[in-house]
Design a protein around this ligand. Sequence first.
Ligand code: GLU
Length: 395
Amino acid sequence: MRLTDYDGANIAYFMSSNAHKTAARRLTDAKRVVVKVGSTLLVDAEKGRLNRAWLETFTADVARLRKRGQEVILVSSGSIALGRRHLGLGAGKLKLEESQAAAAVGQIRLAHAYKELLDHHELTVAQILLTFEDTEVRRRYLNARGTLNTLLSLGSVPVINENDTVATAEIRYGDNDRLAARVAQMIGADCLVLLSDIDGLYSADPAEQPDATFIAEVHEITAQIEAMAGGVSSAMGSGGMQTKIAAAKIAMGAGCHLCIAKGAYQHPLKRIEDGARCTWFVPSSTPVAMRKQWIAGSLKPAGAVRVDEGAVKALRGRKSLLPAGVTGTSGSFGRGDTISVLGPDGTEVARGICAYSDKDAARIMGRKSREIEALLGFRGRDEMVHRDDLVLMTN
Ligand code: GLU
């Protein structure tokens, strides 16, 4: 849905409440939703205490999404803001070691609050603390992704934060907007909601320019959009509008919708569904399509596997590649690398992300998936290349 095109640019300035309600289907129809909760919502600015009454209404929203069958992942800030009071750290900017200490104290309280409140809805909370390398280094990325997928398939609600206690200034996100976008990208989420202290993107900082125009929808992040983000910053959290735009870039590149909405109301997600004003960033494609596009575009696959006729047929019928159909491997590749799938005559039939290294692939090829554990000593994926990670090559 594109409402008002401005100057041919990919921006919609005005949307009625009804149009916002329609736009909110991106949230209600999403299978996997990531919600980022900013510090300002969770922690009372003056007293430095957890804003429990608000969190109760928010967790009730989360429970409603779960009841509808949606998977929900929370990326929650607030550990530093919560912990500093308990350590007697006054107002003002903290030194790195102080914020690391505050995070250690605050995180346990934060996790406890989520646990207690989601317990009321019979939802199991899982805490995950990520470092920058967990999303940027391939092997760790795959591990984090695997754990998150398992937790979701078992019906729990992961609550994620940066592991601020061990993160150092040089290698950290520092803001949870981008972290949330990386998480959304990692697990192929279709919707990411950034709940913050501002209701969306404006043509200029509304605190400085009261006549700044609200932007309801963005289809492409142009230089004009980046300029709008300027230096708008938040009182307590680390993110400003710039980190939200950076997050939107990551999300859109992964085929994920992103919404910036004001969270300082009771039932903030319900409010979005009911048509409250917010800014939507709309990708041109879906997460699976974006992923496939990326796989197809891998310039140089790390290696290849050769498969038999039966496997070629299965792949053309949109099935996954099982070890049983593989007859040989070549090149050196790791788990998670892109490989070529070659037919019996050596032509490239498909390209995909391999769930095994070349050595493990060689050990399990030609065998049944149920033999994998006995052959490798661990129970990996049944598929050598899952169909969601596979693109057929048209010759
Ligand atoms: N990870 C930080 C915390 O939990 C917050 C980062 C942010 O404000 O975005 O306190």
